[in-house]
Design a protein. Sequence first.
Length: 146
Amino acid sequence: MKLMGSDLVVSNGLRCRATLHAYGSAVVVGAGDVVDAPHPALEGESVRVEDWASTRHQARVAATNLLVGPSRGRSQNELPVYGETTIHGDAIRAVGFPSRADSSEVVWGPLQDGEAVVAMSRRGRLVAEVAVNARDRGNDVGGDTA
């Protein structure tokens, strides 16, 4: 479907290339939760990201790419903050695309003790991480603690 009076493609939002240039124009870019664009973490699958921090990243990428044009533009690459909350005193933060994962693995901490980081993958490629009560502990998160 096209936006009335234009060649811009609208389907689940403004359809954009990985450079955030709108399909149907070399001089229109998009940013924010209205944009449906490929993301490299999802192997080019298009996705809408509804997060203010991602909107800021997309705005920087879109503005830069508007100046250089679609052929020299770079793709968005930052993983979005999927969600952040505190429930019953437990701090939970998710980054990336957890709903697109097909497997998960605890990479730090025992989940049963209420502190853990879970890496989530899709076809063997990391697409998200979820932290539960994970506090800054230097290099031991996700690394060797010995």
